[in-house]
Design a protein around this ligand. Sequence first.
Ligand SMILES: [Zn+2]
Length: 312
Amino acid sequence: MIATRHIATDPQRREIEAVERLPLMEGPGDILRRDLEPILGWTGRWAWYAVRIPTGSLLRYPDEIRGLPGDIDVMGGPLTANPQALEAALQKTRPELPPQADPSWAGFIASLRVFYAKELNWPPNLDRITAVEVKSASRDSNGKIHAHRKTAKKAHYQAASLCEMGFDAVALLWIAAAAPVEATGFHSWLAAGRAAASLAQFIEQRRIELNSGQHFGQLVLRVGSLLHAPEWHSGSLGLDLIQRPAPLDVTASTQRMLLRQRMTGLLREAFCEVPFPALLPVVVRFCRACQRPFVSRAPLDRGCTRCGLTAY
Ligand SMILES: [Zn+2]
């Protein structure tokens, strides 16, 4: 059996691992995409994400703007393709599929064709950028729950400050990562799903307070995993929408406009260094050593493409 690290089995790094794995969590068949796209505009694998971007990288001097979170956990937006190329790929793909094929296959195969033909719009347009603040809770194999120590109030404060940073929508994303279940039979994923649902119920009852008068949304991502494989390969994923995020007006304050402008500048700097992405989703990181943003070689590769340093 191959040893696999899971979010739940590493309590010290649980939140970092949850953030790192989020871009890959759309799951087989884009399960999460169907839920997340209408809420945050995140189109599963066909999207760009920026993970753990230090807020300081958007400021000119350290205390230019006070009260912002130290890191932006995950921000993202959709990747788009030339519509004619996509339509042509669909026309070509549909007759090639067997009649019993699920209708979603044609779209999936056509989008792969568009990607390999480099018909994806690159660099991506940054008309819509949304962000999440991640909090997690996990249950280890002894049944003990490890939840983040900060109160719901503190989490709300962080999400509310994210709303002032020039995003189009913001959510507080609670991750319920259950201890991985041994795959003993064909239906082990059901057991994984039950474990995650019971943990999500705990979070929803004990940790989540509804925010009143705030614009951020609240979501719970249920992550049920199996021992032998990473969360995004096998197991059970699901999303509970607790509160829908409200659309934010980027032009409502000069601070929001300024930070949005610097954010798009930072993202474009990373995108423009890559002639075309090699893999999807596209993941942007910030190197603490060279103090510059970069597009990762592969979604989970944390090594800086310039200095080679793995900053964390
Ligand atoms: Zn570097």
